[in-house]
Design a protein around this ligand. Sequence first.
Ligand SMILES: [Fe+2]
Length: 144
Amino acid sequence: MLFRQLLEPDSCTYTYLLGCQETGATVLIDPVLDTVERDLKLLQQLGLKLTYTLDTHVHADHLTGAARLKSLTGSRIAFPAMDKLHCADAGIEEGRIFRVGNIDIHPLFTPGHTSHHHAYLVDNGTHQMLFSGDALLIEACGRN
Ligand SMILES: [Fe+2]
């Protein structure tokens, strides 16, 4: 699995790229509107096609690049189903694995920062990675 951590410094938002090396399917977790061009350049450099964007939550401190990336690449938008977003192509729920290529993403319902916040757990066999969004902040916990 290809993995990249990317930072948008103004909002201190981390975006994560996960790419399936067997299928080329790729997901960006928590893409930021201001860094869409950077993300597109990285995808191009890595020879990947964006399959999905996946957000942990909807919030004023996080302006997602999901719709812009969809319009530019044809990627699909995945969001927590609880948010009932009309723009979502896939609704995410705890207990239902979200699969991107051969990458299994386990959604975890983690309310607090927002009522519908979800974190995403990925286990690639050797490492477990938790993409916690704003449920956990560096040196703090996610606050509302
Ligand atoms: Fe947030």
